[in-house]
Design a protein around this ligand. Structure first.
Ligand code: 15L
Length: 275
């Protein structure tokens, strides 16, 4: 079984909380990494890695950075709910630059999507990978758009994508919702490894959550890439019991607090609108 990619791996968002973890883990496997972020890289540079400070909105810089790479782990961009005008540049135009670079290099993309692309599904629903997008803000909407971009580049250009709908990737669950959505750093890093090494992925969706018995999410393509989460939020059930918001909107939906930002409905919507 191959354990080292033949070509370098480009990691965007390398200076972020998740990017730094992924960089350290993959460098530890002996991989050659090209790291980039709009912010400086705060850690000592891992072996066989280079870092270039660049803006996702600079298409030429992205093409140069991707030259010779076989995989792009795309964690860059706005990673929380922000006003529309702040999201659109990094998450839409920047995303286009990443996919154009992948097309030119024949590279695969792992896209760090989010549960906020489906955040307005109710917590009682069990979702499969082909569920309706139900974005809970401009950030979640940009993630839904990006998944569409992945499909476009697969069907039109044969660019492979692993679209990872990340739940809550933190050191540990801090509220009851995260018993369903938590993804450990270790499981995320192993997912990046498998998505890179898998022989083929086509354009597939993976729910980015650990092995949580209270998960909202079911079928996805994890078997195709050979990923099985090893951690679980279950062990934290006692620690977070009762840690809820008390806000009926937040508690109703999978996206939690993001559903409540700028929320202006005065009457709750009817039950499930989509199958
Ligand atoms: C996300 O997409 C965010 O990047 C992260 O900060 C958390 O808010 C997470 O979702 C979550 O839903 O818990």
């Amino acid at each position: 079984m191959t354990t080292t990619p033949a070509r370098p791996v480009l990691l965007t968002g390398a200076s972020g909380v998740l990017g730094r973890r992924i960089a350290a883990y993959l460098a530890g496997l002996g991989w050659t990494l090209r790291l980039t972020d709009i912010a400086p890289f705060p850690d000592p540079l891992p072996p066989r890695s280079s870092f270039t400070r660049a803006d996702l909105e600079d298409g030429v810089a992205m093409l140069r950075l991707a030259e010779g790479c076989g995989m792009i782990l795309h964690f860059g961009g706005v990673s929380v709910e922000r006003p529309f005008e702040e999201v659109i540049g990094p998450n839409i135009r920047g995303l286009y630059h990443i996919y154009e670079a992948a097309r030119r290099e024949g590279a695969r993309v792992l896209f760090a999507s989010s549960n906020h692309s489906i955040g307005f599904h109710e917590r009682g629903e069990a979702l499969d990978d082909d569920c309706q997008f139900m974005p809970d803000g401009y950030y979640g909407l940009s993630k839904a758009y990006a998944e569409g971009m992945g499909r476009l580049y697969w069907y039109k250009h044969g660019v492979e994508s692993v679209l990872v709908r990340i739940g809550s990737c933190f050191p540990e669950p801090t509220e009851e919702r995260m018993l369903s959505t938590w993804l450990s750093y270790g499981d995320l890093c192993r997912l990046c490894e498998r998505a890179t090494l898998a022989e083929r992925t086509g354009c597939c969706v993976i729910w980015g959550a650990s092995n949580n018995s209270r998960s909202f999410w079911r079928r996805d393509a994890r078997a195709l890439i050979g990923w099985q989460p090893q951690d679980s939020a279950d062990a934290y059930a006692d620690a977070v019991r009762g840690k809820v918001s008390g806000n009926p909107v937040i508690e109703r939906y999978q996206g939690g607090a993001y559903t409540s930002f700028e929320y202006s409905r005065t009457a709750p919507p009817p039950g499930k609108l989509f199958g």
